[in-house]
Design a binder for this molecule. Structure first.
Ligand code: GTP
Ligand code: MG
Length: 450
């Protein structure tokens, strides 16, 4: 829901799309400001109530905040979120046997002094449990991009409903580091590196009660130097606002926060406090000499929640949107003579380019088709010629054969005629009374022609 009360965006709603006319004055450039005169008012007008109007509207609309918790199974993610929001969000334990990393989002409506917060907690299930962890960061990157894409699609709609839209973009990523006292694991470094341009990362040392004070100090220094040397950009609490710049600067110097989570309450003095009890003592979650939980809560919820939301929109989403639109062919580049190219012109140019490309492809396909048909035609003609030759050859053979048979038939006919003549002669001789010798010879001849 970008119904969220972001002052600059409410005042300049067009800036969401970055589609304002290049000629119109902008807050960033202050163009035309030389034409604006400052005048004193002669009496009360009432627009000094604008901030109050905004506050009222914001309270009415409610707020939304989305947290991504990345950390190994059982590192204390759910306990910390419960402790931060002082609520028992029902969460089931994950197993260590997930074949891959999955993201599980759960949205809750919570209410504090009539301020409504739609809180989404996204957990990484199975993170760090696979033997091959090479691609563990991928589902997380995909999830973050999917939320950006959904927002971009809503923005690009003709009928946008951004005021009612449930903004699921991740505003902060709490990255849980195991309290090993050694150094960052390569999985942590790679994951944070892949995410730092997409989300505000706040690293936290989880279960900080499991590490001694001196070790913790060294561990923090080591972690920070590793993050810096590997070029991982973590979220810095903003220092542009004078009222909080001192606090935020000092907190920046104390990162990563070492936190302890617990929903268990015990009585200390006459107060109930959240704590973890051990045989050797008690760790109080909200005691700043025990851990940095209060600092994290203060920085994340009380002081910088709005900045986290704003950074998500103006930095991370803006980068996603820019890359995506550039991928689609849109550019803010200047045309000839330094004239800015409008979105309309870019669209027309792109359309023209697309049309030409289509035509080129169509022509290419046509040529290929003609070429193929020609090739096929040649092959078929060749086959036809071969068939014709073969037919002619067979015809000739057949004729020769027929001629031979005809010759043989003639020879046989002559022989039959000859035989008939001789038989007639023999019968004549027999009839005239010649002896049996002649008869025998006739029988022999008959056998030969049977
Ligand atoms: P999955 O969601 O199953 O991955 O676990 P998770 O990261 O949400 O951890 P969860 O909060 O369920 O805590 C796991 C165990 O760690 C529980 O027994 C908690 O009591 C314990 N635990 C949580 N926070 C702390 C802490 O700050 N210190 C210590 N020592 N234990 C903690
Ligand atoms: Mg959990």
């Amino acid at each position: 829901m970008d119904a969220s009360p972001e002052l600059p965006r409410h005042l300049v709603p067009q800036s969401n799309l970055g589609m304002r006319s290049p000629q119109s004055p902008t807050r960033e450039t202050g163009k035309h400001s030389e034409n604006v005169r400052s005048l004193p008012l002669s009496g009360h007008v009432g627009f000094d109530s604008l901030p109050d109007q905004l506050v009222r509207r914001s309270i009415q609309q409610g707020f939304c905040f989305n947290i991504l918790c990345i950390g190994e199974t059982g590192i204390g993610k759910s306990t910390l979120i419960n402790t931060l929001f002082n609520t028992n969000f029902e969460e089931h334990e994950s197993t260590h046997f997930e074949p891959s990393v999955k993201l599980k989002a759960q949205t809750y409506d919570i209410n504090e002094s009539n301020v409504h917060l739609k809180l989404t907690v996204v957990n990484t299930v199975g993170f760090g449990d696979q033997i091959n962890k090479e691609d563990s960061y991928m589902p997380i990157v995909d999830y973050i991009d999917t939320q950006f894409e959904a927002y971009l699609q809503e923005e690009l709609k003709i009928k946008r409903l951004l005021y009612r839209y449930h903004d699921s973009r991740i505003h902060v990523c709490l990255y849980f580091i195991a309290p090993t006292g050694h150094s960052l694991k390569s999985l942590d470094l790679i994951t944070m590196k892949k995410l730092d341009s997409k989300v505000n990362i706040i690293p936290v040392i989880a279960k900080a009660d499991m590490i001694s004070k001196s070790e913790l100090h060294k561990f923090k220094i080591k972690l920070m130097s590793e993050l810096v040397s590997n070029g991982v950009q973590i979220y810095q609490f903003p220092t542009y606002d004078e009222t909080i710049s001192k606090l935020n600067s000092s907190m920046n110097a104390q990162l990563p926060f070492a936190v302890v989570g617990s929903m268990e309450e015990i009585k200390i003095g006459n107060k109930m406090v959240k704590a973890r009890m051990y045989p050797w003592g008690i760790v109080q979650v909200e005691n700043e000499s025990h851990c940095d939980f209060v600092k994290l809560r203060e920085m994340l919820i009380c002081t910088n929640m709005e900045d986290l939301r704003d950074q998500t929109h103006s930095r991370h989403y803006e980068l996603y949107r820019r890359c995506k639109l550039e991928e689609m062919g849109f550019q803010d580049n200047m045309g000839p003579g330094e004239k800015p190219v409008s979105l309309q012109e870019t669209y027309e140019a792109k359309r023209h380019e697309f049309f030409e490309e289509q035509q080129r492809k169509e022509e290419e396909m046509r040529q290929t088709f003609v070429q193929r048909v020609r090739e096929k035609e040649t092959v078929l003609k060749e086959a036809e010629r071969e068939l014709q030759n073969r037919f002619e050859q067979l015809k000739r053979l057949h004729q020769d054969e027929r001629g031979n048979l005809e010759d043989k038939r003639k020879d046989l006919q002559e022989e039959v005629n000859e035989f008939n003549k001789r038989r007639a002669a023999a019968e004549l001789l027999q009839a005239q009374g010649f002896g049996s010798v002649g008869n025998t010879s006739l029988k022999k001849d008959r056998k030969t022609f049977m």
